[in-house]
Structure formats: structure tokens, C-alpha cells
Design a protein around this ligand. Sequence first.
Ligand code: NAI
Ligand code: MG
Length: 354
Amino acid sequence: MREYKIAAIPGDGIGTEVISAGVTVLNKLASLQGGFKLSFEHFPWSSDYFLEHGHYIPEGGLEKLKQFDAIFFGAVGSTKVADHISLWGLRLPIAQGFDQYANVRPARVLPGVKSPLRNGTAETLDWVIIRENSEGEYSGHGGRAHRGLPIETATEVSIFTRAGVERIHRFAFKLAQSRPRKHLTLVTKSNAQRFGMVLWDEVFYEVAKEFPDVKTDRELVDAVTTRMVLKPQTLDVIVATNLHADILSDLAAALSGSLGIGPTANLNPERSFPSMFEPIHGSAFDIMGKGVANPIATFWTASMMLEHLGEAEAGRKLMVAIEKTTEAGVFTPDLGGNATTADVTNAVCRFLES
Ligand code: NAI
Ligand code: MG
């Protein structure tokens, strides 16, 4: 029996609701599938934990996480803690500390789901956004001077390294190569930003030589938003910097029906560290505690986690159960229905059984 150790970090708000739903579905799947077992260990690291202990991750916490095969993460963010403290306290130390430089964000219109686009269907909107996840605009490089004075100054410096750019491009090309359309769109803002973004462009075309079968094109980040909305069918895989892809992937999730659908894998492709799987959404203050959070994003990322662990067949089976659930119209309010998180979870479990 293959056994995988999963660190579950539900975090804050609806993160706790969707991770609990995800664990239910994954355990159900493992028991039906046979051949493998998932053992979950729960970590209580959250904003309440921070308020009580003064830190999100305790001393030695990252070392402990290293022993797991994967991390299943909910969301972090609370009205009681400033967002830059919570994000840098929990999610970023894991993603950056474990060199999870490839952030993979698929977006697709699932069966039965209505896209806000007039031409948004499973045939026209089927993308994967690859986000550079280790540097760029979120390098944490900067500072503030003259605090509180009229001449107060702040810098927020983006860092782009050739090694960092090259590895994310190579990852994106390989992923594009594995898809039927084999098409990769480079997104930067290299007209206005003439150093880091130009390096991004240059390295892209160097790496492109290794992948002659992948068609490429290039778009400025502002222009690509219009293309996403008006000509979704012309896009397949998109590679963009940390900030740009962060924004584009929320848009992609909304265009595919709801932020509650979009999954993310934070991958360390070399497997020197565990990778982390999470929904792209946050802790959603407006709906937390109501039991109506859409768990689909978390189920989808759970399917990506299974694939990463080498259980691709189980991952596909979970994806089929998700699609049958959306096709049957079992929708939480964000998708226009009145199902609860538990209803969707039960529906997915039922379709796994059948
Ligand atoms: P959010 O993603 O939490 O919510 C945005 C909107 O989408 C809200 O109206 C929410 O109800 C809706 N929504 C999100 N997920 C949903 C789901 N599964 N089902 C149904 N509706 C859903 O983003 P927001 O409001 O900007 O941030 C709230 C907090 O979450 C902040 O503290 C922020 O820093 C944090 N955050 C954390 C992230 C993470 O841990 N990876 C990612 C994004 C935000
Ligand atoms: Mg985001």
C-alpha cells in the first residue's frame, strides 16, 4: 500500500471549511480506489494562532513540513491582522522557503457552469496560467525611510534573476508541450519596464529554441486582459511574472464562473521540497462561517495533488466526479445555486462511488 503524508494547513476563514471538505473527499477517494492511503496531519497555524503565540509558523515548523509528501493549504487572512503580516507570516515563507517557483493555475469552464463571457464555454476557455512564484515583484525587497515624516519614502524592488526566469520559462514550455494545442503566450510589460521585463522576453526566446514544436506569441499584460475576455479561444498556456499572473489568474477564475473554482499548485518541480496545493481564493470574510463556500477549487487542487504524488488515475477520477457534480447543477451561491459546502461535498462523494 502506497502511503502519502499530507500536511493540512486550513488557515483562516473559509480555508478551514474547504480543507475539511477536501479531506473528506480525498479520504473517500482513497478508500474506494485502494492501492494508496493518505495520512493527514493538521497544523493549526492561522491568524488566531498568531494572535495567541506571536507567530504563524513556530520554531522548527518548516523543518517539520519538509518531511511531508505534500501540503494541502486553505487560505490565510483575517480582519484582525494586516494582510501583509498574514501573507508573509504563513503562505510566502512556505512557497518561497520551499522554492515552489512554479505556480500552476488551470482555468476551464466546467460542465454546467455559466461563464460571464458570452462566448465562454469549455471549448473556448481552457487555459493554464503559469506564475513565477519565487521572485519578481514579490521578492520582499525594499524598505521605508523617513517614517511618518512628510518626506516619507518607500521602495518595492522587483528582482528578476536569469536563473529564475529561465526555469519558469522552461517549465511553461514543457507544460505547453504536453497539451494538445502546444501554444504558449508570453505576458510581460516590456515596453514600460525596460530591465526585468526585457530580460523575461529575451530569456523566453532563448528557451523557445529548445521547444520547436511549441507555438509562441507575446502580449503586454494590459492587452492580454482584453484577449482573455474577447478571444478566450486564442489562449492556451500563459506564462507571466508573480504579480501579473496573480492578477490574471483571479480574472481567469472569474471568467470560468467563480473565484470559488480556481485551483493552484505551488510546485517545486525538482522535488527537493514538498509542493503546496491550495485554492486561489482567500479567506472570504463575507461568507465565512456560513457553510456556503464553494469547495470545487479545493477539490480541483486535490486532484492536482494526487497527480503530483503519482496517483494520476485517482486524480482523474476525482476530476470526473467534480465535473459530474457541476453538470448536475449542484452549485453554491457564487455559481447561482443554493447548495451548501456539505451538499457539494456529498455530491462529489456520491459520484466517486458510482
Ligand atoms: P477572497 O478570495 O477571500 O474573496 C473575494 C470574493 O470572492 C469574496 O466575495 C468571496 O466571498 C468570494 N469567494 C472567494 N472564495 C470563494 C469560494 N470558495 N466560494 C464562494 N465565494 C468565494 O479575497 P479577498 O476578499 O480579497 O481577501 C480576503 C482575505 O483573504 C484577505 O485577508 C486576503 O489577504 C486573503 N487572501 C489570502 C489568499 C491566500 O491565502 N492564498 C489569497 C487571496 C486573499
Ligand atoms: Mg491572488
